[in-house]
Ligand binder design. Structure first.
Ligand code: IPE
Ligand code: IPE
Ligand code: MG
Length: 248
């Protein structure tokens, strides 16, 4: 089934965020090691980024590695970092071909030197791209981000650069890694888990959530378009009544 043609271009989310989950289970079902699942998840990343760019989504944020994921077995963490280096290196051409700019959020300083170098190169090479921004959340956790933001704000209050009364939603937005992006209107999580796992806690305040049983390596362009269609059927009320929204 092709869902793409059913999408209303007038009602597109500008920013979609995805928790790409289920690689390990996908591999296990096939009697393989977890890393086999991560390797196959790369295809889904490529397809989803293309799918999003094709319909005109402006920002796609993918949760690729959480702060908590550092607690996984060393062998899996190392394999993931190696895969990240190889993927960034290989996929830069795809990004350029699709006019997609790469950016990251998270504590990227904690990534191995080789990853940082590869990422910096891809970010530099794609910085002129205009069609879509692909944001990889790497060594990211929302609580880490918020703590960091609080510390920076507190420092400025201490030195008199910010007045306590100036602290509002906009100011806090400015102190988060996502300061250059609008809040996601849609958050997708694969693999049937219904939780947020420390992802964009502040930014998802009014996002629509879409959960699918599909494991990440099986997530296709059509699955992405189905999520968009589901989003387009929803009424976003922002605290108002349905009548107020339909009279707008
Ligand atoms: C998501 O898949 C990828 C990362 C968290 C890096 P998982 O590795 O969490 O797969 P499951 O949830 O164990 O199946
Ligand atoms: C969330 O997936 C992080 C990423 C997708 C990178 P996890 O699989 O690590 O989440 P939990 O720990 O099961 O909630
Ligand atoms: Mg998981």
């Amino acid at each position: 089934m092709n869902f793409k043609h059913e999408i209303n271009p007038e009602k597109l989310p500008q920013h979609v965020a995805i928790i790409m989950d289920g690689n390990g289970r996908w591999a296990k079902q096939k009697g393989k090691l977890r890393i086999f699942g991560h390797q196959n998840g790369v295809t889904a990343v490529r397809d989803t980024a293309e799918a999003a760019a094709e319909i005109g989504v402006k920002y796609l944020t993918l949760y690729a590695f959480s702060t908590e994921n550092w607690n996984r077995p060393k062998i899996e963490v190392e394999a993931l970092m190696t895969l990240l280096v190889a993927t960034i290196n290989k996929e830069t051409t795809t990004l350029l071909k699709n006019d997609i700019k790469l950016e990251t959020i998270g504590d990227t300083e904690s990534l191995p030197e080789k990853c940082r170098k590869e990422l910096a190169e891809a970010i530099e090479k794609t910085k002129h791209c205009k069609r879509m921004t692909l944001v990889l959340a790497l060594s990211y956790s929302s609580k880490w981000e918020i703590i960091n933001g609080f510390k920076n704000i507190a420092e400025k209050v201490k030195t008199g650069k910010i007045n306590v009364d100036d602290i509002d939603e906009n100011l806090i937005d400015e102190y988060l890694c996502t300061k250059n992006y609008p809040d996601p209107e849609l958050m997708i999580r694969t693999s049937g888990e219904h939780r947020i796992s420390n992802f964009l806690l502040w930014q998802l305040a009014y996002a629509e959530f879409y959960f699918t049983e599909k494991l990440w390596p099986d997530f296709s362009k059509d699955d992405f378009y189905q999520a968009i269609l589901d989003y387009q059927k929803r009424e976003r009320r922002f605290g108002k009544t349905s009548e107020q929204i339909s009279n707008q």
